[in-house]
Design a protein around this ligand. Structure first.
Ligand code: HAM
Length: 421
């Protein structure tokens, strides 16, 4: 009996993990440049936290959460997203008391029991950012600019920003009622899924991708045209800010997002280099969430982005750097004495930051050289009996083929000079 990873989960093997680290480092750099600080929260929380924030009737909570009872009978869930946990931590640790605007970022695994397909997993990873404490529309612009700056730092091309307003507790309920009535009239033309949603979450019918739904909802009224003056002014202000920064956008009146906590601004960044699951990033404002979770009324806005989807785009657009995983030096050895010397020399060089590999399999010189090639070592050093007697090695620079004879005492110095140039 052998075991396999669970459907919808993936191992990130060394051939790939360096790509993740490369991207994660760039993401962190941009987050820090925007003065966001990292928060790490537990991967499981009390189930009601997610039910309250994301919404009982959403697909995420009603169909996709990994919910279980622990041994004391409490209902716990693996986090399907981070905003709920971040706001919980914000309230629990009174973060708002230290700073009126709290800017947090995160990276980590999320869990949703969705039907796995390209770009859709059951354990997937997100990076994201939340800014809690300000209602200023310029902050919405800054958050969008942050997401875009990250894709730019990674070199990602051809993304599209879609933006909409989902209104607030004043303008959304009457619109929802009107939409429901209009949808009822065409309910027989709607997909099964949308018919089911009609009662529970009519707004979600609007962003259905099913062909029959698209046709049936083509001329439905849009919330955008029924916003209250406050939401409309906010939306126009955000659009003005985007224009001011030269950020291209598409207004999409059908963009409603699958989480209930949103108010006003909602946005997505999509890529044509992804398949059906084309959203790289989703986010928006959640001005009522902190209060909903028992905190003082505090507005907030954030976004999260799928890292697996980012990886797919980076791969497709060939953006990973060449040589990021190259070994600096391979020390080929012949005999135990040479091996011992090499281990010691390797320690010294590694403490200076070089990536050094040597042979532990007592391989022939020929097969050690093959290994050095496989590792794409920049330098190779051969240490055999003669070298041990003469206390001198030959260091070969693989790219140029140049060889240099260096005494044992000078090896460290050689790399201090050549490698750091
Ligand atoms: P979301 O739209 O559910 O929003 O997820 C954000 C991103 O996570 C998606 O655009 C997608 O790239 C990725 N993603 C979601 N589900 C999967 C999956 N099953 N497999 C692979 N990738 C996936 C949120 O999670 C909100 N918390 C965003 C937010 C933060 N809003 C305000 N602050």
């Amino acid at each position: 009996m052998t075991y396999k990873s669970i459907k919808g989960t993936r191992d990130i093997l060394p051939s790939e993990s360096w790509k993740w680290q490369w991207a994660e480092e760039k993401i962190r750099d941009v987050m820090h440049a925007f003065n966001f600080r990292e928060i790490r929260t537990p991967v499981f929380e009390e189930t009601p936290l997610f039910a309250r924030s994301i919404g009982e009737l959403t697909d995420i909570v009603s169909k996709e959460m990994y919910t279980f009872q622990d041994r004391s009978g409490d209902s716990l869930s693996l986090r399907p997203e981070m905003t709920a946990s971040v706001v919980r931590a914000y309230i629990q640790h009174s973060l708002g008391e230290h700073s009126p605007l709290v800017k947090l970022y995160y990276m980590g695994p999320m869990f949703r029991q969705e039907r796995p397909q390209a770009g859709r997993l059951r354990q997937f990873h997100q990076f994201g950012a939340e800014a809690i404490g300000a209602q200023n529309p310029t902050l919405d612009v800054e958050m969008i600019a942050l997401a875009i700056a990250i894709y730019e730092a990674l070199g990602v091309k051809k993304t599209t920003l879609k933006i909409n307003s989902v209104g607030c507790e004043k303008c959304r309920p009457p619109y929802k009622e009107m939409l429901k009535q209009r949808l009822w009239k065409v309910r027989n033309e709607l997909s099964q899924e949308s018919q089911r949603r009609l009662e529970s979450n009519p707004l979600r019918v609007l962003d259905s991708k099913a062909e029959e739904d698209r046709r049936a909802i083509a001329d439905m009224p849009l919330l955008k045209d029924h916003l209250c003056p406050d939401c409309l002014a906010h939306f126009n202000d955000v659009i003005g800010g985007l224009v001011g920064l030269g950020i291209g956008y598409e207004e999409d009146g059908h963009l409603v997002r699958g989480l209930d906590y949103y108010t006003k601004t909602a946005f997505e960044i999509i890529s044509k280099d992804l398949g059906a699951q084309d959203a790289l990033t989703g986010g928006g404002r959640y001005d009522l969430l902190t209060e909903e979770l028992g905190g003082k009324p505090t507005p907030g806005i954030g976004f999260a982005a799928g890292i697996e989807r980012l990886m797919m785009v980076l791969e497709k657009q060939k953006l990973f750097p060449d040589g990021a995983t190259r070994t600096t030096l391979f020390i080929a050895t012949l005999g135990r004495e040479a091996q011992r010397w090499a281990v010691k020399q390797a320690l010294e060089l590694r403490s200076r930051g070089l990536c050094v590999e040597l042979d532990f399999l007592d391989r022939s010189l020929k097969s050690q050289m093959r290994e050095a090639d496989r590792l794409r070592a920049r330098y190779v050093m051969i240490v055999g009996e003669n070298e041990m007697v003469n206390r001198t090695v030959t260091i070969k620079t693989m790219e140029t083929g140049e060889q240099k004879s260096v005494t044992f005492d000078d090896v460290t110095n050689f790399f201090d000079i050549s490698y750091n140039q």
